[in-house]
Design a protein around this ligand. Structure first.
Ligand SMILES: Cc1ncc(COP(=O)(O)O)c(C=O)c1O
Length: 415
């Protein structure tokens, strides 16, 4: 372990939560170098929705590598990119009657968000963006400006202007517990909230602690944006690619955002890839106006295409995700009521679930106790008070039960 402490930056974090050296991984499992097995209910914060080293995706990747196909190509045309775009169009966009241009903005979720914010400002000629308390959109300065966490914002070292944070899930029509709703702030002559370029929203806040927006609220928000000519950006980086059941997390609300951000599981294999999906008439970029060296990593196109072909030809994965999610919801509800004197709340959608404690001290202890039992669960929320469950969508029913039993044991022991 010494080399990590001696040479790696102090900024490292997950390795402090799970102080092991991991080596192999398969399906729902990670193995440390001593052979210890860990059931992964973290999945790279939803970057591994199809599990570790998924065999179908691995085969496609190995074939591609073996044949010396193109790896790096900036944004040149490649066969791998053509296959990805064609498959994405045929299996994801067309069946959902969604018409988006696809921008490859750079490899991470924050890149997708930066591109979305820049484009919304360029299209509207306005600067201000509405974001929500508890939001997480990434660590680059633009994305950080719309991220809620004080801790992360504190790392910026400069002011983070041109964004206003309003309560997530607040009454849009207002007044909401004494504070006016966004709708009134947008129309009131005494308000500065009249020049909004965009609203950026997560349908379920992942890092924020699995805060689930109601479908009605999302639909109202979309209508409000439309009425005021505000670009609606849904950040589906963590909740997209089937995490909540359907491919896009906003489908259940019946809305069509103007811009959608995807990353994490879009390559399906944990390889870096991000997409900013743009309503065609908003795609007013000039060639090269927003660029970068790693925009469309061909191996990620290959595994991403394979993932779409294997899992999104039909509705089997979506139904399985919802069924397993219901099982987890029931188990968490039972667990929440099982320890007298400890208040816990369970919430979630699809295979994104949270068990909220009153403070971060308890939840961190539970996360560590779970780790000691061979289960990886992350904490989330403004004070880390939520145990966040993001198992692979491909997890078996037996593994779901195994994970729930390990979590229950950790909770009972700590509480
Ligand atoms: C909703 C959301 N948006 C954006 C990001 C940033 O993605 P990345 O860490 O790949 O930059 C994350 C990361 O967790 C996220 O959950």
């Amino acid at each position: 372990m010494g080399i990590f402490e001696d040479r790696e930056s102090a900024v490292r974090s997950y390795c402090r939560t799970w102080p092991k050296v991991f080596d192999r991984a398969a399906g729902s499992w990670l193995y440390d170098e001593e052979g210890g097995a860990y059931l992964d209910f973290f999945t790279g914060a939803s970057a591994l929705n199809y599990g570790h080293n998924n065999p179908a995706l691995k085969r496609a990747l190995l074939d591609y590598l073996e044949a010396d196909r193109v790896i790096h190509s900036l944004d040149m045309h490649t066969v791998a990119k053509r296959e990805f775009l064609t498959t994405f169009d045929q299996l994801i966009l067309q069946p959902r009657q969604l018409d988006y241009r696809v921008q490859f903005p750079g490899p991470g979720g924050a890149n997708a968000v930066e591109a979305a914010l820049k484009l919304a400002r360029k299209v509207t000629g306005r600067t201000e963006v509405i974001s929500f308390t508890g939001a997480f959109h990434g660590m680059t300065l633009g994305a950080l400006a719309v991220t809620g966490s004080k801790f992360h914002r504190g790392g910026a070292g400069v002011p983070l202007p041109h964004a206003i944070s309003v309560p997530y899930g607040c009454d849009l029509r207002g007044p909401d517990q004494g504070s006016p709703g966004i709708q009134r702030l947008l129309t009131d002559n005494g308000s500065r909230l009249d020049e909004m370029a965009a609203v950026i929203v997560e349908t379920v806040q992942g890092e924020g602690g699995i805060n689930v927006a109601s479908l009605e609220w999302l639909s109202d928000l979309a209508q409000l944006c439309e009425r005021h000519g505000i670009v609606l950006i849904v950040d589906d980086v963590q909740m997209g690619c089937g995490r909540t059941g359907p491919f896009f997390s906003f489908e259940a609300a019946g809305i069509k955002p103007d811009i959608v951000c995807l990353s994490k599981s879009i390559s399906g294999y944990g390889l870096p890839l991000a997409l900013t999906l743009i309503r065609p008439d908003l795609d007013i970029w000039k060639p090269g106006e927003h660029n970068g060296t790693f925009r469309g990593f061909n191996p990620a196109f290959v595994t991403g295409t394979a993932a779409l072909r294997v899992y999104w030809q039909d509705e089997e994965l979506e139904h399985a995700t919802l069924a397993k999610g219901q099982r987890i919801a029931a188990a968490l509800a039972a667990l929440a009521g099982s320890v007298p004197g400890t208040r816990m709340l369970s919430r979630g959608r699809g295979l994104a679930h949270g068990l909220a404690f009153e403070d971060g001290e308890l939840s961190r202890k539970v996360s560590f106790a779970a780790f000691e039992r061979g289960l990886l669960v992350e904490t989330a929320g403004s004070t880390d008070e939520v145990i966040k469950l993001l198992p692979p969508l491909t997890i078996s029913d037996t593994e779901v039960e195994q994970g729930l039993a390990l979590l229950a044991d950790a909770v009972q022991t700590v509480c």
